[in-house]
Design a protein around this ligand. Structure first.
Ligand code: APR
Length: 169
């Protein structure tokens, strides 16, 4: 049974087995959560991302997929990088957003991670409306067959927190 918890705050200050990064396909950093994770996690994370790009992820990480690296100086054992879809009002990409949560939990299970902290994937630079993103996130995690004991949604602002609380309540 997976417990869902909600926290309002900065993902990079959380302590968990795995922290999920809202990355982009390049895996080479960016703004938002991605920027914060690399800033606080230190160069070891980017070094491992570069090795992934030099190896089996030569073309980058496809949208909806997930891959783990060290968490560097963060209070976690791993960072699970996942690439959310950019919101589109002409194309329904909900399946790709759901896949980010499902794939991240699958990677967490492979690692034996018992606590996993997620940001609100795609709701920043990728412009996904936060209410709909919260619906997809909570439904997907609730429906996932996973050994993860706690999924913690770490929301950066009041609006995101309220959106997730309305769904996970
Ligand atoms: N902790 C928790 N949540 C955060 C933090 C943080 N330190 N910083 C930002 N957020 C929130 C944002 O407010 C938003 O609700 O995370 C959510 C996701 O926003 P982004 O980080 O912009 O991620 P996303 O929308 O998935 O866009 C990914 O942005 O940073 C780049 O490299 C990244 O190209 C990729 C794109």
């Amino acid at each position: 049974m997976t417990t869902l918890t909600l926290v309002q705050g900065d993902l990079t200050r959380e302590s968990a087995d795995a922290l999920v990064n809202a990355a982009n396909s390049s895996l080479l950093g960016g703004g938002g959560v991605d920027g914060a994770i690399h800033r606080r996690g230190g160069p070891a994370i980017l070094e491992e991302c570069r090795r992934l790009r030099a190896g089996h992820l030569g073309k980058g990480l496809p949208t909806g997929q997930a891959v783990a690296t060290t968490a560097g100086d963060l209070e976690a054992r791993w960072v699970i990088h996942t690439v959310g879809p950019v919101y589109s009002d002409t194309e329904d990409r909900s399946g790709l957003l759901a896949s980010c949560y499902r794939a991240s939990l699958r990677v967490a299970d492979e690692l034996g991670a018992r606590t996993v902290a997620f940001p609100a994937i795609s709701t920043g630079v990728y412009r996904w409306p936060v209410d709909d993103a919260a619906r997809i996130a909570v439904e997907t995690v609730r429906g996932a067959a996973t050994s993860v004991a706690e999924v913690r949604f770490v929301l950066f602002d009041d609006r995101a927190y309220a959106a997730f609380a309305a769904r996970a309540g």
